[in-house]
Design a protein around this ligand. Structure first.
Ligand SMILES: [Zn+2]
Length: 110
């Protein structure tokens, strides 16, 4: 079952990337898709780690949308569960409200 070993390795790699939140970055959608494909191919249940991650994000987002307002004065709303993007309910502007904390290269921004 060499093929399954390959898939398992890939799954771990993708899982790590999602642990870093890379699948939430612009253009990171493929990570989630690929992960789902491999999970299906292997017939296993996705790791719970990712789920916990989005719960944490959701909690932080709940506080963030209270603190931040759109430049038009409208209220922001989390686009979907697990997303770090807030969308203005008035004009539809999107804002990144949370920053991903990377395990490596934790250099100060701004
Ligand atoms: Zn707005």
């Amino acid at each position: 079952m060499a093929n399954n070993d390959l898939l398992h390795n890939q799954l771990i790699r993708l899982g790590d990337m999602m642990g870093d939140g890379l699948h939430l970055e612009p253009g990171g959608k493929w990570i989630e898709k690929e992960y789902g494909k491999i999970v299906k191919a292997l017939g296993i249940v996705p790791k719970r780690k990712r789920y916990n991650n989005s719960i944490k994000i959701n909690e932080a987002m709940l506080q963030a949308v209270v603190k931040f307002k759109c430049k038009c004065g409208g209220n922001l709303k989390q686009t979907r569960s697990g997303s770090m993007i807030g969308k203005c309910s008035e004009c539809g502007n999107r804002y990144r409200l949370l920053k991903i904390v990377k395990r490596k290269a934790a250099k100060a921004e701004e």
